[in-house]
Design a protein. Sequence first.
Length: 487
Amino acid sequence: MTADGRLPVVVGTGQSIERRDRVTALDLAERAAVSALEGVPHLRRQVEQVCFVNSVSPVGPAPATALARRLGLTPRRAEVSTLGGNSPQWLVNRAAAAIAAGEVDVVLVAGAEAQRSARSGPSTVGAGEEESAPPDVVVGDDRPPLSGPELEAGLLAPVDLYAMFESALAQQAGRGFAEQRRVLGALMAPFTAVASTHRYAWFPETRTAPELATPGPRNRLVSEPYPKAMCAMLGVDQGAAVVLASLDAARRRATEDGAVFCWSGAQCTDVWLPTARPDPGASPALGAAIAAALEAAGSGVDDVGLFDLYSCFPCAVELAVAALGLEPDDPRDLTVTGGLPYFGGPGNNYSLHAVATMVDRLRRDGGTGLVTALGWYLTKHAAGLYGADPPPGGWQTGDTTAARRDIEGDAVEIAAEATGGAVVLAATLSMGRDGQVAAAPVIARLDDGRHVAAAAAVTELPALGGRNLVGTRVEVGGRPLRYRTPD
C-alpha cells in the first residue's frame, strides 16, 4: 500500500483556447500551465519535472524545456512524449507512479495544438530559445505505426483505418453502412450536448442524431460509414495542463484542498500493425487496460460515476463501451468534455483536456471517474481512475503483462506479395470532395491464413459506392497489391 503522504494527487488544472489571434502550441501550453499553477502558487518553485505531450504543431526539439523557461521553472528533468493520443494519460500514470515511489514530488504535464493558426501560414516556434536548448528526453514507444505493405495499399489516414475497423463492427451487427451511420448518430449525439456546456469546446452546440448521421453539403461523407460530423476535429487551437504532487507536498504548501486522487492506471498495446490483427473489429488491449486499472483499484464499473472514453471516431467509443459492459445509452455520460469531434481534437493532447475536466468535475461533484486514451490506430492504450477521496489501497499500477503476451501471440503474418483468393475482414470507401469513391482499401485474409492490405483496382471504384465489402471474397494480386471483386 502506498504510504499516505506519497499518494499522488492532481492539485492544479488549466485549459486554453484561441479562436481569433494566431498562436503557437507553446503559447497555448503556457496559458494552460499558468492557469494550472495559479491555483497552487506555493508549489510553483517545487516543480521537479515537466512533461510535454508531443505536438504535431511546431514546438522544436525541447518543448518541455522551453515551457519551463517561459514559466520561470527550473525542473530537474524535462521530457517529451512520442506521438500518440494515449500519451497524456500515460504520462499522468507515469508521473503518479513516480510520485508514489518517492522519486519526485511535483510534476507538470502540459500540451497543446495550434492547427487552426497553422492554416494561416508557416509558423515559427517562438522567440528562438526553444531551438537553442538541448533536446528533451523522449519517452514512450516510437515504433513506426504501419508497415510497407500497408502504406502501399494506402493505409495512412486515421479516418480510413478507423472507418475500416467500423466496417467490421457493422458487419458483426448485420448492418450496412447507412444503417450503421444511424446507430452511430444516436451514440454520438449526447457527446454534443456535453460539449455545448464546456467553456473550452470548439463546437459548443447540441446536435441531433439525424444531423450527425445524414450526409449533406455541410456533412460530407469522408470514409464510409463516417461523415465529417463523426470525425475528430483537428483544426483547433487548444491547450491543457495538470499539476500532480504527493499529498505530503500538497499538505506542506497548504494546497491539499480540492486535490483529486490518482487511484490507478494501466496501459497496454494491441498487435502493433493493424493488418496483423486477427480481428480488425476488436481491441483486446483496450479492454485489458480498462480491466487492469479497475482491478488494481479494487473497483468495478458500477463504482465509476464519470467517464471520458476516447472518441476520435465512433468505433473507439463502441469498443470501450463493450469492454466496460455498458449500454450505449448508459445514464452516466460517456464523456466529460464532449469528445474529439465536438469538444475538439488537439492532436495527441485531447486526453489531457479529459483529465483536467474530470478533475474539475470530481472536485465539484465527488465520486470517481475513468479516462481512457489511445494512440495511433487503436494501437496504444492507457486508462486512469481518479477519485475525490483517497484510494482504499493507495495508488496502484495495473498489470497487463499476461494480456500483452497473449495479444502479441495472436499476431498474423502480413503477406507483402500474394496471388489468389481472400476474404475481406475490414474495408472502407474513401470519398472525394466530389462525392465519388476515391479509394477503397481493404484488409483481407488469404486462403493460407496470412493477411494482406490491398487497394481496389481503379476500374472497380465506380461500382463500390455504398457497399461494405466485409465478408466478400476478392481476388488479389500484383505489387503493390490490388484486388478485384467477383463479376
